[in-house]
Write a protein that binds this ligand. Structure first.
Ligand code: ATP
Ligand code: MG
Length: 199
């Protein structure tokens, strides 16, 4: 059985928080690889301004280049419209076949409102969820908030996730502050070269 991690996100931009989470979870759960899946238009960010999907995709590629266990998928950015996790997971299941077991990796902030997602029961049937620590969020809230049937299919793991967010990085760039040690050097160069997040 191949054990495949899927890491969805907007990655606007990708940062060391995402990379560290993916690498920690890969080791803890003995995953064969982690596939990053940049979203085109995430359902919870429909009314927000987000960068060109191609730029976000390139930054994910640059950031993951040096890790042989990391891959990047164009599945969501090549699709029309909003991307729902259930559709993405179904497509990966089909593509990877019966020999692969899927693990969907998220921060606790994202999975808190799992009940509002499209077809959550089916989603949890198709893949296991791995919810990791996120600075400012209490993992225990998850145990209180989600129904028991959901929690049985979710692994909640405490990892030393750094207090980094893309929102903060965008703010720093706009204010002309340093983003060194928050994103990989190539991502920092790309942001500068393309003039991202200045307005
Ligand atoms: P934004 O501030 O724009 O929402 P973000 O930093 O939350 O950006 P996303 O692309 O929204 O990044 O997140 C993708 C996934 O990575 C989500 O599951 C999120 O919970 C997780 N994640 C992001 N940053 C961290 C972090 N520092 N620690 C743990 N998980 C994280
Ligand atoms: Mg986020």
């Amino acid at each position: 059985m191949n054990r495949i991690g899927l890491m969805g996100g907007t990655f606007d931009p990708i940062h060391y928080g995402h990379l560290l989470v993916a690498e920690e979870v890969r080791q803890i759960f003995s995953l064969d690889k982690v596939i990053f899946v940049p979203a085109k238009i995430p359902p919870h960010k429909i009314n927000k301004k987000i960068s060109d999907p191609e730029d976000r995709y390139i930054m994910v590629l640059l950031a993951t280049l040096d890790n042989p266990f990391f891959e990047v998928s164009r599945l969501e950015i090549d699709k029309e419209g909003v991307s729902y996790t259930i559709d993405t997971v179904r497509q990966f299941k089909e593509k990877l076949g019966k020999d692969s077991q899927l693990f969907f990796i998220t921060g606790v902030d994202i999975i808190l409102d799992l009940q509002a997602w499209k077809e959550p029961e089916e989603l949890l049937r198709l893949c296991r969820f791995i919810a990791v620590t996120r600075a400012g969020y209490d993992l225990e809230v998850l145990r209180r908030k989600l129904p028991k049937e959901f929690l049985e299919r979710i692994d909640i793991v405490r990892i030393p996730s750094p207090p980094i967010s893309s929102t903060d990085i965008r703010k720093r760039v706009r204010r002309g502050e340093s983003i060194k040690y928050l994103v990989p050097p190539l991502v920092e160069e790309f942001i500068k070269k393309k003039g991202l997040y200045l307005v």
